[in-house]
Design a protein around this ligand. Structure first.
Ligand code: NDP
Length: 627
C-alpha cells in the first residue's frame, strides 16, 4: 500500500498552485453571513414532516434534578450515564417526535454514516447490539436509538415534540426554570445543553427563494409525501419530475444517487466538489462482536481517533478510507524515528504547524528546522497521494471527461468532510443527470420557474437544498432558546466576542449548566465518542457534587481564563493547515482564527480525553467552585 516518496507520479508544485487557486476563488468577504437564517418567511423549511400526530398534553410544572435539552446521541448518552451513576431524576426534552437527534431529522434517501458502525454506535458492549454492516444507515441508527432508550428506560423520562423556549437561573432557589412551547415550567437543579452542533438547517442567501412556485425543502426535512419512497430510496413520485439539488456536501453525495435513479431529470448544482472515496460496505460477521474481549469498543474508537489525530498505533483496526492517508504516510516514513512519525501524523490531521516547534516542542528542535520542513513535506506528499487516488477515481468512473474534471476536489483531504460512496460518481453517467458546476461561484438567483445560472434558466418542479447547517453563528440562535444566567447574563452576551468556558462544558455566570458539543472541547470524527466522554464527565461531576452535598457548581474565573488561554495556544497548531484550505464550515468559511478561542481543543481529542480523565481521577473537581 505504501508508496515511497521517490516514486511519486504527480507534480507537487502544480498541485500546490492549483490548491491555492481553487481556495482563492472561493474566499468571500461575507463568510458565514452568506447564509440566511431559517425563520419568519422561511420557517416552513424547518417544520417537522415526520410526526403522524401532534402531541396534545397538559403543561408540566415540576421540580427535577436534571433537565437534558436534546434527545440526540448527546441527550441519550447523558441519560444513560446518569442512570449508571444512580441519578434517575432527569427529564429529556426533545423537539422531534422521537429520540435520534440528527438521525431523527436526516432521513433523506441514502442517509447513512460513513464512520464505521462498530465505533460510531455508542454503548455497544452495554446493549449487545450487532450492527448489520460495517457502515450503518439511518433506519438502523434510529432502531439502535430505540435499543439504547429501552435499555436505559429513557422513554420514561422524555418529553417529545417539546421545544425549550428559555432557561433562567434563580440564585435564591438555586434552580433553573426551563420553559417550553408546550407551556411547561420545569424547575431544575442542573441543565444539560445538548442541542446539537449541526441542528439548525441553513439556506444560502440566494435571491428569490420565496418567489419559486415549485416544491422545495431542505434535506433535513425530506418530504416523502412529495417524492414517494423512503430512506432506502425508490422515490417513485419523481418519475415525471424535474428536480434540482443545491449543494454537493456529504448529504448530497448520499441522496443524489437515489434522485438520479428516480427523477425524470436531475440537475446537481455544485460549488465545490466533495472528495469521494471508496466505501466498500461489508456485512458484519455475526460472530465477530461476541468474540471480542471486554473493552474492545472503547479501544477500537480510540485506535481510530488516535490514528486520525496524532498518535502511533500498533495496528489500524478500522483500516478504511479515513485512515488510509496515515497508512501511506507511515509507509513513506518507514525508517524514521517514532517521535517524528507522531509529529507527521499530527501534521496530516491538521494538528501541526512549524510554529509548534517554537511553541511547545523544543525537544524535537535538536534537529534542524529544515528537517521539520522535510517532514511537513512528507505529510503533504501523503495527502497529495491520497487525493490523487480520489481524483483518479473520478476519471475511472465518470464517462464524460469534462464532468469528471469538475468532480475532482483540489484540497487536502481533511479540509472538508471526506465522503465515501460507491454510487455517487456513477450517477453522473445516467443520461437524465446533469452536473451544473458553478466553479466555486455558487448560485445567486432563483425565479418562479427555477434556477438561473450564468443567464440560463433551469426550469424545475422541485428544488432541494442540501446546503448544510449553521455553524459559528450565535449559540442561542442555533439552540433556539436563550440562557439567562446569574444577574440576567445571557450566553449571547457572554460569548459575543469569543467563547469562554472551562473544559468546553462550564461557563462562569451559568451555574449548574453543562454544555455539550465540540466548542473548546475534544472534537472527534466519531462524534458519538466525544458525546460519550462528555456524558461520563457530566455523570462524574454530578456524582461527586452529590457525595459532597454541593448544590451549586460554577467554574472559577481563574480556571476559565486559563482554559481559554490553553485553547488559544493550541488553536495555533491547526491555524496554518486551515488557512490553506478551501472555505467551508471546518475553517469558519475561510475566516480562520479570527477569534482564536472559538475553536475545539487543538491538541486533538485523545489528548483532551486523557486530560479530562486525569482531572476526574483527582476527585476534587479542581477549577469548579462548589457550595
Ligand atoms: P455541508 O455544509 O457539508 O454542505 C453544504 C453544501 O452546500 C456544500 O456543497 C456547499 O458548497 C453548498 N452550498 C452552500 N451555499 C451554496 C450556494 N450559494 N450555491 C451552491 N452551493 C452552495 O452540509 P451537508 O448537509 O452536506 O453535511 C453537513 C455535515 O453533516 C457533514 O459535514 C458531516 O459532518 C455530516 N454528515 C455526515 C454524513 C456521513 O456520515 N456520511 C452524511 C451527511 C452529513 P461549498 O462546499 O462550496 O461550501
Amino acid at each position: 500500500m505504501a508508496v515511497e516518496l521517490d516514486s511519486i507520479d504527480f507534480d507537487p508544485d502544480f498541485l500546490r498552485k492549483k490548491y491555492r487557486e481553487e481556495r482563492d476563488k472561493r474566499l468571500r468577504q461575507d463568510g458565514n453571513e452568506q447564509y440566511q437564517e431559517v425563520k419568519g418567511e422561511f420557517s416552513y423549511f424547518v417544520e417537522d414532516p415526520y410526526i403522524d400526530e401532534e402531541i396534545k398534553r397538559e403543561a408540566i410544572k415540576e421540580d427535577v434534578e436534571v433537565v437534558i435539552i436534546g434527545g440526540g446521541f448527546g441527550g441519550m448518552l447523558a441519560g444513560a450515564r446518569l442512570r449508571e451513576a444512580g441519578i434517575d431524576d432527569f427529564k429529556i426534552i426533545e423537539k422531534g417526535g422521537d429520540f435520534g437527534g440528527t438521525w431523527y431529522w436526516n432521513r433523506y434517501p441514502g442517509a447513512s454514516c460513513d464512520i464505521e458502525s462498530y465505533i460510531y454506535f455508542p454503548l455497544l458492549e452495554e446493549t449487545g447490539f450487532v450492527p448489520k454492516q460495517k457502515y450503518t444507515n439511518a433506519p438502523e441508527t434510529l432502531e439502535y436509538c430505540k435499543v439504547i432508550c429501552e435499555k436505559f428506560k429513557l422513554y420514561d423520562n422524555a418529553c417529545m415534540q417539546t421545544e425549550v423556549t428559555s432557561t433562567n437561573w434563580d440564585e435564591e432557589s438555586l434552580r433553573w426554570t426551563v420553559k417550553t412551547n408546550q407551556g411547561d415550567e420545569l424547575r431544575a437543579r442542573y441543565v444539560v445543553h445538548s442541542n446539537g452542533p449541526l441542528n439548525r438547517p441553513k439556506l444560502p442567501a440566494i435571491k428569490g427563494i420565496n418567489d419559486y412556485k415549485g416544491h422545495t425543502f431542505h434535506t433535513s426535512r425530506w418530504d416523502y409525501a412529495y417524492t414517494g419512497g423512503s430512506s432506502h430510496g425508490d422515490l417513485t413520485n419523481l418519475k415525471d419530475k424535474k428536480v434540482a439539488i443545491i449543494g454537493t456536501g456529504a448529504t448530497a453525495v448520499q441522496c443524489v444517487p437515489h434522485l438520479g435513479a428516480s427523477a425524470e431529470k436531475l440537475y446537481v448544482f455544485q460549488r465545490t466538489p466533495s472528495s469521494i472515496d471508496v466505501r466498500n460496505n461489508q456485512p458484519t460477521d455475526p460472530d465477530w462482536i461476541s468474540t471480542q474481549p471486554k473493552g474492545w469498543h472503547d479501544r477500537r474508537r480510540k485506535n481510530f481517533e488516535t490514528l486520525l489525530t496524532g498518535g502511533m498505533v500498533k495496528e489500524d483496526l478500522v483500516s478504511d478510507g479515513w485512515t488510509e492517508a496515515f497508512r501511506l504516510l507511515f509507509g513513506n516514513l518507514r525508517n524514521k524515528a517514532p517521535s517524528k512519525l507522531k509529529m507527521a501524523s499530527w501534521a496530516l490531521s491538521g494538528v501541526f504547524s512549524p510554529k509548534m516547534y517554537k511553541a511547545g516542542f523544543k525537544s524535537y528542535m535538536t534537529d534542524k528546522v529544515t528537517e521539520a520542513m522535510d517532514l511537513r513535506n512528507a505529510m503533504q506528499m501523503a495527502d497529495f497521494q491520497k487525493m490523487e487516488k480520489v481524483r483518479a477515481r473520478a476519471d475511472e468512473v465518470v464517462k464524460d471527461k469534462a464532468t469528471a474534471e469538475s468532480l475532482k476536489p483540489y484540497y487536502n483531504q481533511f479540509c472538508k468532510r471526506p465522503c465515501f460512496h460507491d454510487e455517487y460518481l456513477k450517477t453522473f453517467n445516467n443520461p437524465n443527470v446533469e452536473l451544473v458546476d458553478t466553479d466555486g461561484k455558487g448560485l445567486e438567483e432563483i425565479t418562479a420557474e427555477g434556477i438561473v445560472f450564468e443567464g440560463k434558466l433551469y426550469e424545475v418542479d422541485c428544488i432541494i437544498f442540501a446546503t448544510g447547517f449553521e455553524v459559528g453563528t450565535d449559540y442561542s440562535r442555533r439552540a433556539g432558546y436563550q440562557i439567562h444566567g446569574s444577574d440576567g447574563l445571557t450566553v449571547s452576551k457572554k460569548w459575543e466576542n469569543g467563547l469562554a468556558t472551562f473544559h468546553g462544558m462550564h461557563s462562569r455566570g451559568f451555574p449548574n449548566s453543562f454544555f455539550f458539543g465540540p466548542a473548546q472541547s475534544g472534537f472527534t470524527a466519531t462524534y458519538t465518542y466525544s458525546l460519550d466522554e462528555q456524558s461520563i464527565h457530566l455523570a462524574h461531576i454530578l456524582k461527586v457534587a452529590k457525595d459532597k452535598g454541593a448544590t451549586r457548581i460554577e467554574a472559577s474565573q481563574e480556571a476559565e481564563d486559563q482554559w481559554i488561554q490553553t485553547i488559544i495556544e493550541k488553536a495555533r497548531l491547526t491555524a496554518e493547515f486551515q488557512e490553506n484550505c478551501t472555505p467551508g464550515y471546518y475553517n469558519n468559511e475561510g475566516k480562520v482564527n479570527q477569534t482564536p478561542q472559538n475553536n475545539t481543543y487543538g491538541g486533538g481529542p485523545i489528548e483532551f480525553f486523557s486530560l479530562m480523565e486525569k482531572w476526574r481521577s483527582k476527585g476534587n473537581l479542581e477549577g469548579l467552585e462548589l457550595s
